[in-house]
Design a protein around this ligand. Structure first.
Ligand SMILES: [Zn+2]
Ligand SMILES: [Zn+2]
Length: 586
């Protein structure tokens, strides 16, 4: 293991440039240091004995589980009989799933890594001691929920999955309005228009089911539908997707509501309800090969308050209690020893320093900018689609003159951070550099500007953001390192014990890593990599990480625009670290 470090090595604390911690700040650096200190106290002997214990004790358990898991083969049958295109896509993943392993992914929506501490998250803290902390983990850009849910479930960049934003504009689906990419009517229409390729890559759940495994997706948020929109293709109905108050198969919800009551309205109650649906109902007949629990917290409360606010800390504690419930359920099932648990967040979080009303600003500058079209759009009209820390601009008719004038205008503002354009333009990056060059991509994408400044609770990471939330509230989706740097901790039989991995890793690495553990050949080449340097029983094949910064500039009579993007790379896999820009007047 070249990059992952043993927990009992002394670590120089050199992580400030990656996670935003300042050496003396109160926001998590102190707790991280004490975490490292406590991990250092683990002796080699203890680690070795844990490994020995694992090696001998688990074999018989795994063999017993083989027979129990064989029942799940029924999930394959109907899936193969589904839509022709989808079947074609998955036809390569025919090897049976490894039946002596379970994977449980627990997503804490919007969980910043610097809030992981013994005080805030005791269950996660303990789990981290037993596994690997990925200290240089990355969201994909835009650092938004549905984009990252899709990336972590497909293993590919947004450009390859086709899902590049939480809200975008697809005139073939809705001519006059932007769409929410995860709502059932949009997903259905998208699949109809694309022959089942609304998300053009199979998800982990689809690949596992195709290989004969059973799957369970329980999501307190609507993103769940994107993680497995074909769960109702299981004839035995043993595979399920629960997404907020809806389910696939549809009638699965009836028995859930009968057992747990209706989907509650409070954020914390929603997470507890969803956790219970997974552990008490979906796992009633045993733990499937692949389970995913998506908690809405701390994202929802951090939006309503801000990172570091007391309600946000309470929401983090609630997420931790749900993790503890999942671990307890695994223990009760006797499945803990054969289960790899991933705790991941979809993205980080920031605080809004300024809310930018782009429609007002652009119309005042002579553009025809709208957030919806009342009538048939005219050439040159600009559809603005806000995604919090990022805005998409769709120039009707792709008018080159207006696009160029708009980019020049944005480059001279005090809120633009990084500008990406479909066509090559001076002082911008290509959509390809952001990994968002899908066929439906907009003409211009702007990530808002950010800084290391602290919010009202002393938490660093301030951004400008779109018009949807006010200053002082929380949001994300920029290229700020506080949005792009997120949480990953993995523990279980396939991971090293009590270690930290400083190699760049990302949400796109989950799918290849999980399929490798389950011994399923990915149906197609993925963009992510197997996190082998943090694993056992595998040859670590990590290339030396490289980091580069690219820049783009443009001179104006009144000053100069400069934007930069820092990119890390391990082998063929690239991770966007951060990006920002500024106009410097003469
Ligand atoms: Zn999220
Ligand atoms: Zn959010």
């Amino acid at each position: 293991m070249r990059r992952a470090r043993r927990a009992n090595e002394r670590l120089a604390y050199d992580h400030g440039s990656q996670d935003g911690c300042q050496p003396n700040s109160r926001d998590g650096c102190a707790t991280k240091t004490s975490f490292f200190d406590s991990m250092r106290q683990n002796t080699d002997a203890k680690v070795q004995s844990m490994i020995r214990e694992y090696s001998s004790a688990n074999y018989s358990t795994r063999m017993q589980n083989c027979t129990r898991q064989a029942r799940s083969l029924s999930c394959t049958f109907l899936f193969v009989s589904f839509a022709f295109l989808l079947t074609q896509v998955l036809s390569n993943a025919t090897a049976p799933a490894r039946s002596d392993r379970h994977i449980v992914v627990v997503v804490w929506d919007g969980m910043r890594p610097d809030f992981v501490s013994e005080k805030n998250t005791p269950a996660l803290w303990k789990l981290a001691h037993e596994g690997v902390i990925f200290r240089n983990h990355h969201a994909v850009y835009p650092s938004a929920t549905n984009v990252n849910g899709t990336a972590l479930s497909t293993g590919v960049y947004p450009s390859h999955s086709g899902l590049i934003a939480n809200h975008d504009y697809r005139p073939e689906i809705d001519r006059n309005h932007s769409i929410d990419v995860e709502i059932p009517a949009v997903v259905k229409k998208g699949d109809e228009l694309s022959g089942g390729k609304y998300i053009s890559f199979p998800t982990i759940a689809e690949a596992v089911r195709s290989a004969g495994g059973r799957t369970a997706i329980a999501s307190a948020k609507t993103v769940g539908l994107l993680l497995d929109r074909n769960a109702d293709l299981s004839p035995a109905k043993k595979c399920v997707t629960l997404f907020a108050s809806k389910s696939l198969p549809r009638d699965a919800l009836t028995s859930i509501v009968a057992a747990l009551g209706s989907f509650p309205s409070g954020h914390l109650q929603q997470d507890a309800w969803t956790t219970k649906a997974l552990t008490d109902l979906f796992w009633r007949d045993g733990v499937p090969e692949f389970s995913l629990l998506w908690l809405g917290e701390p994202d929802l409360t951090q939006h309503e308050s801000a990172p570091g606010a007391q309600p946000a800390l309470t929401a983090i504690k609630s997420a931790d209690e749900n993790l503890a419930a999942v671990l307890l359920a695994l223990d009760r099932q006797g499945a803990r020893e054969t289960t790899d648990v991933f705790v991941v967040s979809d993205h980080g979080f920031s605080t809004i320093g300024r809310s930018v009303d782009l429609r007002k600003i652009l119309n005042a500058a002579g553009f025809s900018a709208k957030t919806e079209f009342a009538d048939e759009p005219k050439p040159g009209d600009i559809m603005l689609v806000g995604n919090g820390g990022t805005v998409l601009f769709y120039v009707q008719g792709h008018d080159a003159e207006i696009t160029s004038r708009l980019v020049g205008f944005l480059q001279q503002t005090d809120f633009a951070g990084v500008i990406f354009t479909k066509g090559a333009m001076q002082g911008t990056f290509s959509l390809d550099q952001a990994k968002i060059d899908s066929p439906h991509a907009p003409d211009i994408v702007v990530a808002f500007r950010w800084s290391d400044s602290k919010n009202q609770f002393g938490i660093p990471g301030m951004i400008d953001a779109d018009w949807q939330r006010g200053a002082g509230k929380g949001t994300h989706a920029t290229l700020s390192r506080f949005d792009m740097h997120n949480t990953l901790i993995a523990a279980g039989p396939d991971f090293r014990h009590g270690e930290m991995d400083d190699s760049p890793s990302g949400n796109i690495d989950l799918a290849p890593t999980i399929l490798r553990i389950l011994e399923i050949t990915p149906p197609q080449q993925m963009d992510g990599r197997i996190l082998s340097e943090a694993m056992v029983n595998i040859d670590a094949q990590t290339s030396k990480p490289e980091t580069k910064t690219v820049e783009a500039t443009k001179e104006f009579p009144s000053g100069s625009w400069r934007q930069s993007l820092q990119i890390s790379r391990v082998g063929e896999t690239e991770y966007l670290d951060k990006g920002n820009g500024a106009f410097v007047p003469k």
